[in-house]
Design a protein around this ligand. Structure first.
Ligand SMILES: [Zn+2]
Length: 483
């Protein structure tokens, strides 16, 4: 069996064509041209906007003009990841997709089913002249994977439709009705270093072996934050031995839970043994607190060269206080949807060195006002410690509406077609819906997709039977329309 012969053929043949069009994020000329040519070939009005998005518009079937306009949305770019031994060139080569049992996979590259399946389904719907539908549009966005640039560049008024189906989710049977927005919080402080005390020894204390993870998707799992644990160790070390703080390096990505942190501290040489005992004690405490969550926490003390400077005592205490006091982890769950995170914060990166301290945090929330409350609460905390606070990189979330018409319609359609209830979820990470919804006020949105495994990796694969269900659901909703 060939990929283009799988069911539904109208989708798989498009998907197969897409595997032949190179489209890594940042290099979209070929896929844009392909989609423009495709629109022309099926006689649908198709154009490229200023942000590089491809838009298609198909008038309603006669008699159905009064229906609410429907927008089908997917992204055209794919993540170019390959195995170390793959000779694949993402700029020129077709993706080597093949069928293995119930799965479509590739040899050593990402497959581009994220979001090629969404694009393929849109192409099939747009080309179907038997389907009865209201006003229909397609929005195929540019460069979603590297920063949602196409969605950010979408101008108000480009779309006429009032209902949007985002086809970029990864588990068949799940309907997404909300996502988190985000804002970066950066706290800084400059200070004059002082000289370490005469006769001090310096030690590097390294905390390692934490699981880390995605600061949105995995924030509710209660994993340890390396900067927070290091703050606790340091507080004890200051109380017991008055250690000097010279350097701190914890975490390296704003959207990741920090897995490690190291500090350089000074201490009177007579207290070396007790310092090591304290580290052992803290390691044991942390291991026991996180027994079922973390398994490899280690706190290692090694002697190092004495640095030229360290923070003055008052600054040291303020910085440690701020790290202990700042909110980290889940702040609130969504009142209308059980067990679903609404607002969180992650103390991602801490750097203290040579007269400068900087803390980077990422706040996420599906509720705009809670997002800002969380951001200003952190600002209050860091301002009390004498730090300067800046907000940047803010983007909108998508606040779930449990009374949405498209949700009701999709739920009914799912039950009718497959005889069971779909799961309704909110994702605690950014989706294009948040950005698109911010420029198209009142847009009724939902996100779903076929089942993909390991997207963004060379293990990416699509579960073949889920594609028929995915397409049946789109087809049904387009045919029935949404109130
Ligand atoms: Zn995607």
């Amino acid at each position: 069996m060939k990929i283009e012969e799988l069911a539904p053929q109208c989708v798989w043949k498009n998907f197969y064509e897409l595997t032949k069009v190179p489209r890594p994020s940042g290099h979209l000329e070929k896929i844009q041209q392909f989609l423009l040519d495709y629109g022309k070939s099926i006689g649908v009005d198709t154009w490229k906007d200023n942000a590089g998005n491809i838009i298609m518009r198909k008038p309603a079937t006669p008699g159905l003009e009064e229906r609410k306009g429907l927008v089908l949305q997917a992204h055209m770019d794919m993540v170019p990841q390959k195995t170390a031994d793959s000779p694949h060139n993402f700029l020129t080569d077709p993706i080597p997709a093949y069928i293995d049992g119930d799965w479509v996979k590739t040899h050593g590259t990402t497959l581009g089913s994220d979001d090629g399946m969404g694009v393929a389904a849109i192409m099939a719907i747009m080309a179907d002249n038997k389907l009865q539908h209201g006003p229909l549009e397609a929005l195929i966005t540019a460069d979603e994977e590297t920063g949602m640039y196409g969605a950010f560049g979408l101008e108000a008024g480009t779309l006429q439709g009032k209902v949007l189906l985002n086809l970029d989710s990864e588990t068949e049977g799940e309907l997404y009705i909300g996502c988190a927005g985000g804002i970066d919080v950066t706290a800084t402080m400059q200070y004059m270093e002082i000289e370490p005390e005469e006769g001090s020894k310096a030690f590097r204390v390294s905390l390692k072996g934490l699981r880390g993870g995605h600061s949105g998707l995995e924030i509710s799992e209660g994993r340890a934050n390396a900067n927070k644990l290091m703050g606790r160790f340091l507080r004890e070390a200051v109380l017991q031995f008055g250690v000097g703080l010279c350097q701190w390096n914890g975490g390296n990505m704003r959207n990741a839970i920090p897995r490690d942190a190291s500090v350089v501290i000074t201490i009177d040489e007579s207290e070396e043994t007790e310092l090591k005992a304290l580290a052992n004690k803290c390691q044991a405490t942390f291991a026991s607190e996180y027994a079922t969550i973390e398994s490899g926490i280690s706190l290692i003390v090694e002697e190092c060269d004495v640095p030229e400077g360290e923070t003055p005592e008052e600054i040291r205490d303020n910085l440690i206080d701020a790290i202990l006091a700042c909110q980290n982890g889940v702040m609130r769950y969504i009142p209308t949807i059980p067990d679903t995170v609404e607002t969180s914060s992650n103390l991602s990166i801490v750097t203290i060195n040579e007269g400068k301290a900087e803390f980077n945090l990422l706040v996420r929330s599906s509720c705009e006002s809670m997002k800002m409350l969380q951001a200003v609460s952190l600002e209050s905390c860091f301002t009390m410690a004498g730090m300067k606070v800046q907000f940047s990189g803010a983007y909108s979330g998508w606040q779930p509406n449990v009374n949405s018409h498209v949700l009701a319609e999709m739920r009914n359609a799912y039950k009718k077609l497959f005889g069971k209830e779909p799961e309704v979820k909110v994702v605690h990470a950014g989706l294009e819906c948040g950005i698109i919804g911010a420029v198209n006020e009142g847009m009724d949105m939902i996100s779903f997709g076929p089942t993909l495994m390991s997207p963004h990796s060379p293990d990416e694969r699509v579960y073949i039977p889920s594609v028929q269900k995915f397409y049946d659901l789109i087809y049904h909703v387009v045919e029935e329309g949404v109130k």
